[in-house]
Design a protein around this ligand. Structure first.
Ligand code: ADP
Ligand code: SF4
Length: 689
């Protein structure tokens, strides 16, 4: 069944005293659940085991209470009380023959210890480096501190073993782990035998790994995760130094886990980073060591994966996001079902769950982190309910996902789409600069639907309430999307702003329909996610003189949660866009826009020839309300239920739409749970006293 081209991906390989069954290696990744949602996180990892991954890791696990990264929610291994939750995780990981790995993190200069109130420890006394610029500094470790930390690592290794793990990954990448802090001259400015030469800076890693090997190395494998290049100029741990370090310590860990730069560099979204973007940085490193090497690069193509191994660049294919979007990726390759792979689109919405300390979602895989909370399986739907058929009106991400999941449950599904192509907003947004990979949201579902006998798709079919009442479908799902508002309503303005009709005003919908302004254009971004920046980039590319004005302190403010805000600013600055922060637009005049300072309200005028308003969207819910108004006629029309979901109910990112579509499909015909909570959660056990 399997294409022989991919056989190489299924060759077992030793890691220290262990043997991985194949080359699919789920590198550590966060999920926003962590210690707060241990069963949800465990079930998510268990699904990956079922999906065929050979190695599965936890997210970063804070291995000692003197170093933690509150408010971010990861795992903890502070004492024996944490072992049961982690044992549940390792058991889920090992349920289908995968090796279970735990990533131990001591955050050093990256942990501000807001929860434990401990003084942070680091190789050198410097301010703590986090996303939030906490006003906290670290104390430089003395020799006693280093001895203590070595012992804490041994304690954590013993606890990891007791918790059932096979591998330990020591975190020294992304600027997040103490091993990098010792290795880099930027964060290690010591004058003793732990600082200075590369050999000295390597000493801490060598000592910890030797200690841990003595403690658990007979049964566990130890891996070291470092960044391929710290990317901060001369002082940083450069790619050349990484190579020297690995050559000098060629047998140090049982496997080298090679990540890249900061987390933003490593998990670059598809808008800024191609698949296998780290290939040049990783090539040749395998020749410097006798140990296997794993690397990442948002690998979704089995051909690229096989090439990486065949060329001798990597031994294991490291995946975080591709394993989130499709936990069954390895099994689909093995079963010769490559076209069924649900490819990651590189939107980084999954990362926002961690950044917002909520719980992660995935645009492509709505079941992510709902495996335990809701009992959702990424490949299997619940049994069909009592009714027979569904009319899905609209073919955006919500409609397509609803149709796909409903058809798997066994319903007869008809999709009606007003336009001449399916895909809704994705069909248009995929044509915007940098967003082509987002088209996979449609491509995956379009192919899946084409394989189903029980789905009919009608394009060029704008429906009204009267037609729907005539058709006789038992269930009607209204997924008619949303339209960008031109009246300025958003966050700054809760009612329309004053606009002089002499000034041409555009919305992102106009731009996507090809109605593009020229000359001096103000892009007013009160949406704060990607659209304002993308429109500015597009218009600059078409020769407009673009000024982006936003009341936020950052361009594309919310994109800090997708780790791309920095890259967006750099790209817009490079494209010649004038970026005006902390200013709103109070009125649109015939010759320009009146702006105001977010803090002082001081007014100013910016002259322009056109304005693009990127603010709120208006839900297209007219059809739903027309049907609701005729509820008395539903029974005659054979209609049992009418539901409004997706952007037509409440506009949001694409991930919210696929989630809504999936949820609709899951819940159709299911018993009404009344006022009960629609998901499971875990509560901390109350102490006896
Ligand atoms: P969502 O993100 O919620 O899936 P989209 O805006 O992407 O929403 O998709 C909505 C789709 O519904 C669009 O392709 C639009 O053309 C289609 N649509 C809107 N109104 C109707 C209608 N009355 N009949 C059929 N299709 C419609
Ligand atoms: Fe990929 Fe986006 Fe899903 Fe993350 S949320 S795994 S980036 S598709």
């Amino acid at each position: 069944m399997r294409d022989p081209r991919y056989d190489i991906l299924f060759e077992p390989l030793a890691i220290g005293p262990l043997r991985a069954k194949n080359r699919f290696y789920q590198v550590p990744h966060c999920n926003g659940g962590g210690y707060r949602d241990p069963s949800a996180a465990a079930a998510m990892r268990g699904i990956k085991a079922e999906g065929g991954w050979g190695v599965i890791f936890t997210e970063q696990t804070e291995m000692h209470h003197t170093s933690e990264i509150t408010p971010f929610i990861e795992l903890r291994l502070w004492d024996d009380k944490d072992i049961p939750a982690l044992r549940k995780m390792s058991a889920a990981m090992k349920s289908h023959g995968a090796l279970a790995g735990i990533q131990l993190a001591y955050s050093g200069i990256n942990g501000s210890n807001l929860y434990t109130k401990e003084v942070p420890l680091a190789p050198t006394a410097l301010p703590i480096r986090t996303f939030t610029n906490d006003p906290v500094q670290a104390r430089a470790m003395d020799k006693a501190d280093i001895r203590n930390l070595r012992r804490w690592f041994v304690n954590a290794a013993r606890r990891s073993k007791a918790a059932g793990f096979d591998l330990i990954c020591l975190y020294g990448a992304h600027g997040f782990g103490i091993f990098q802090h010792f290795l880099s001259r930027a964060t290690n400015q010591r004058g003793d035998e732990y600082g200075g030469s590369l050999e000295n800076r390597s000493r801490f890693a060598r000592e910890v790994i030797a200690d841990m090997r003595d403690a658990v190395g007979d049964t566990m494998a130890l891996t070291l995760r470092v960044s391929l290049d710290e990317s901060i100029g001369e002082l940083g741990f450069s790619n050349a130094e990484v190579r020297d370090f690995i050559e000098m310590n060629r047998d140090l860990p049982d496997l080298w886990d090679l990540a890249q730069g900061t987390w933003e560099d490593c998990s670059g979204p598809s808008r800024f980073k191609e698949e296998a973007a780290q290939e040049a940085l990783v090539r040749g490193i395998r020749d410097l060591t006798d140990k296997p090497v794993v690397g990442v690069g948002r690998f979704t193509s089995p051909d690229v994966m096989a090439r990486m191994i065949r060329q001798g660049t990597l031994d294991f294919i490291g995946c975080a996001r591709p394993s989130i979007a499709d936990p069954f990726l390895p099994r689909k390759v093995e079963e010769g079902r490559v076209e069924d792979i649900r490819e990651c689109i590189g939107c980084n919405i999954c990362i926002t769950g961690d950044m917002t300390m909520s719980i992660s979602r995935c645009t492509q895989n709505p079941t992510f982190m709902e495996e335990w909370r809701k009992g959702w399986h990424p490949e299997r739907m619940n049994a069909k309910g009592g009714s027979a058929n569904v009319l899905v009106v609209g073919s955006g991400p919500a409609g397509l996902e609803a149709a796909r999941a409903l058809s798997l449950r066994g319903y007869d599904v008809a999709i009606a789409e007003a336009r001449d192509q399916i895909g809704g907003r994705v069909a248009r947004e995929r044509l915007l600069p940098g967003l082509s990979a987002w088209g996979r949201v449609v491509d995956y579902r379009q192919y899946q639907l084409s394989q189903r006998p029980n789905v009919e798709t009608y394009i060029g079919s704008p429906l009204d309430a009267a037609q729907i009442l005539e058709f006789g479908f038992e269930n009607v799902c209204i997924v008619t999307g949303a339209s960008w508002r031109a009246d300025g309503v958003g966050r700054q303005h809760v009612v329309p702003m004053p606009m002089d009709p002499a000034m041409p005003v555009f919305t992102p919908d106009d731009i996507m329909e090809g109605r593009v302004p020229s000359g001096r254009v103000v892009v007013y971004d009160d949406d704060h996610y990607y659209m304002g920046g993308v429109v500015a980039e597009l218009l600059a590319g078409k020769g407009c003189e673009v000024t982006l004005i936003t009341p936020a302190p950052y361009v594309s403010d919310w994109a800090r949660n997708t780790l791309e805000q920095h890259a967006i600013h750099v790209r817009l600055a490079g494209a010649g866009v004038t970026i005006v922060l902390n200013r709103g637009v109070t009125a649109i005049r015939p010759d320009g826009v009146e702006t105001n300072c977010t803090y002082t309200d001081r007014r100013d005028l910016t002259g322009c020839d056109a304005v693009v308003v990127v603010a709120a969207r208006h839900p297209n819910d007219g059809l739903y309300h027309a049907l609701a108004a005729r509820q008395a006629d539903w029974a005659d029309g054979g209609i049992r239920t009418v539901r409004l979901i997706g952007d037509a109910a409440a506009p949001g990112p694409i991930a919210w739409a696929t989630y809504a579509g999936h949820r609709y499909a899951r819940e159709l015909d299911e018993p009404d749970i009344g006022d009960d909570l629609p998901f499971r959660r875990e509560l901390a056990e109350l102490a006896a006293d």
